[in-house]
Design a protein around this ligand. Structure first.
Ligand code: AKG
Length: 177
């Protein structure tokens, strides 16, 4: 939800950093419920970066919920679209969105999918918190995990497990000090 004039900024991040899986076969589907433009904070992505290793989301060994290394924003692509537009975004695609500076709301419905054999890597309560909402929507339950990754960073929270908005806000406050 990005209400007119107050919708928060979402800083650059890759979703896989929040929920590491045994492989990268996961995608988020974003449905724009309102017309989305740069002015009301449409999604922005860095195309093709999903083929690269996960970028750093930490400082001092703690997970900050945002990319902490330099992001080449000259590559950023704003995804403007009419209400009803659908975006398919890979879990390794860096993405962000700006504040809503307009008088129009920007609402988005986001559903996340993963391959049945893309199993969550255990990293505390976050590994199981989505379980009540999980549904197998196609194919069979996987009896084995398919492991394609050799290096899987585990998000370590400095204080407590927090949402994207809380983590990014905490990181901004710490940077100002
Ligand atoms: O809706 C947005 O602007 C960003 C959403 C997002 O970053 C996410 O769901 O991971």
């Amino acid at each position: 939800m990005k209400p007119p004039h107050i919708g928060s900024v979402v800083e650059w991040h890759q979703d896989w950093s929040y929920y590491p899986l045994t492989n990268r076969d996961s995608v988020s589907i974003l449905f724009y419920l309102d017309d989305a433009s740069v002015e009301n904070g449409c999604l922005q992505v860095i195309p093709r970066q999903h083929l690269q290793p996960l970028m750093d989301h930490t400082t001092g060994g703690f997970f900050r919920g945002k990319i902490t290394e330099k992001v080449d924003e000259s590559q950023a692509l704003p995804l403007e679209g009419k209400a009803g537009s659908v975006i398919f975004m890979h879990c390794m695609t860096p993405h962000a969105s700006l504040t809503n500076t307009s008088d129009k709301s920007r609402r988005t419905l986001i559903l996340s999918y993963r391959a049945a054999d893309a199993y969550p890597i255990y990293c505390g309560v976050m590994s199981t918190s989505a379980d009540p909402h999980l549904r197998l929507v196609r194919g069979q339950y996987a009896t084995a995990a398919r492991v394609t990754e050799r290096h899987i960073p585990i998000p370590r929270y400095e204080t407590k497990v927090a949402s994207l908005y809380e983590l990014q806000e905490q990181a901004r406050s710490a940077e100002k000090k």
